[in-house]
Design a protein around this ligand. Structure first.
Ligand SMILES: [Zn+2]
Ligand SMILES: [Zn+2]
Length: 157
């Protein structure tokens, strides 16, 4: 992605600026993401926490995700836009909803997860690798490696 990248909620009360590439980006089709997003999936970038500058205050709601991990979802208390995800699984990363980007076409997911709960009315990405549920540790290591190499090719090309 082009650095820095920025985005905001629907009303503009919450804005952010990220100065580092996401550690990874994915599309998640789990039931929790479906409920929280009001749609069939959520598209998330996980950015190093110290590279995120946030203006405005998100409200957080914590749930036990389908994976069993604790997940806190940040949203704008004024307009309700989902904005952020803080997940136990990746304590050094700050999840950001791709739909909040000022330039959403920059979002570059490397995998889609929880495809087993993908909905017939919500299309799975035709080309991205599919993982049925949460990635196991080996799959997660592959996701991180694929993310690192996709950034290198995006920057050089
Ligand atoms: Zn807002
Ligand atoms: Zn999910």
């Amino acid at each position: 992605m082009k650095l820095p990248f920025e985005g905001q909620c629907a009303c503009g009360e919450i804005r952010y600026r990220a100065t580092a590439q996401p550690g990874f980006s994915w599309i998640c089709h789990c039931r929790d993401c479906q409920r929280a997003s009001g749609s069939a999936n959520c598209s998330i970038m996980y950015v190093p926490r110290d590279a995120m500058k946030i203006q405005g205050t998100a409200r957080y709601y914590t749930v036990s995700a389908e994976s069993g991990n604790q997940v806190s979802r940040g949203f704008c208390a004024t307009c309700g836009s989902p904005m952020f995800i803080l997940a136990d699984l990746v304590p050094d990363l700050h999840g950001v909803w791709a739909s909040s980007l000022d330039e959403p076409a920059q979002f570059n997911p490397v995998v889609q997860v929880w495809c087993a709960s993908g909905q017939p009315w919500g299309t799975l990405h035709p080309e991205l690798n599919r993982i049925a549920k949460a990635p196991n540790p080996e799959e997660f290591a592959e996701i991180l490696a694929a993310s690192a190499s996709s950034q290198t090719s995006a920057q050089s090309g």
